[in-house]
Design a protein around this ligand. Structure first.
Ligand SMILES: [Zn+2]
Length: 264
């Protein structure tokens, strides 16, 4: 058999397979877009949230090391519909990745003490937003305590509704979001040098069968690993103009919707 014929037959077999199941988002939206912001930064309160509010869009904010002076602003953010979520109290990572006071690196924890800290953070979040379920993002994308992976213990404990990591999944694996393991939610970081154009390209990828696009931001026009405020605003404006085709929502809402509306 010639190579050409073999390729042609291969193409026919592929064409005969049913299209992979995709989540059916509300109002016929082609993709869901989730904007997540880590570390409770001043630039979220000063830049990101005002930009989202002006466009009528909601984001998901993973809080750690919350400053008392910011409590009222976080409370207002929750009241205006943004999701506040768990990023632990003290953001412990391994010493090599994120050097900190030796009492607050993940080597100093056990899975039990880490789970206790995550549960305590839920209490602070409840005081801020009045809600009794919260999702979480792992600090530095690591789920380690004393060198032990605590993710399965956290799943069993049911302390959080989901865990967002810092790594993306291939677009085909994101198509049916109801199949996403809630303890391993993918995300794609955009920071230094990212442009509105690159962010829009990620949304387009989701529209073409990727199901959803989960953005991960740190600083927005300030703090660290900074995405430019201007590019963030441009992107938010684009999302607002494309409301009909993309559903911009919080991570919890996207997961809840996907679970209730599995792909067919
Ligand atoms: Zn973080």
């Amino acid at each position: 058999m010639g190579v050409r014929l073999a390729l042609a037959i291969g193409g026919l077999i592929l064409a005969a397979l049913p299209a992979s199941a995709q989540t059916r988002w509300p109002n016929g939206a082609k993709a869901a877009v989730v904007l997540t912001y880590d570390d409770a930064l001043e630039s979220h309160l000063a830049n990101a949230i005002p930009a989202l509010d002006a466009a009528g869009l909601k984001g998901t904010f993973f809080l750690a090391n919350v400053k008392e002076a910011d409590v009222d602003r976080w409370r207002r953010a929750a009241m205006s519909g943004h999701e506040l979520a768990n990023h632990t109290m003290f953001h412990p990572c391994t010493h090599d990745v994120y050097p900190a006071d030796p009492r607050y690196v993940s080597e100093a924890y056990t899975p039990a003490s880490m789970l206790r800290e995550i549960a305590q953070m839920n209490v602070l979040l409840h005081a801020l937003d009045g809600k009794d379920r919260h999702g979480m993002a792992t600090p530095c994308g690591q789920s380690l305590a004393g060198g032990v992976d605590y993710l399965e213990e956290l799943r069993k404990a049911g302390t959080v509704t989901y865990v967002r990591g810092v790594a993306d999944a291939p677009s085909s694996a994101r198509a049916d979001v109801s199949k996403t393991d809630p303890m391993r939610v993918p995300s794609r970081p955009f920071d230094v040098g990212a442009t509105a154009e690159k962010m829009i390209a990620y949304v387009r990828e989701a529209e073409q069968g990727g199901g959803w696009a989960v953005f991960l931001f740190h600083g927005v026009g300030g703090d660290y690993t900074v995405l430019s405020d201007g590019e963030h605003r441009k992107f938010v404006a684009w999302l607002a103009q494309h409301r009909g085709e993309v559903w911009v929502t919080t991570l919890q809402e996207a997961l809840d919707w996907a679970k209730a509306h599995p792909g067919k």
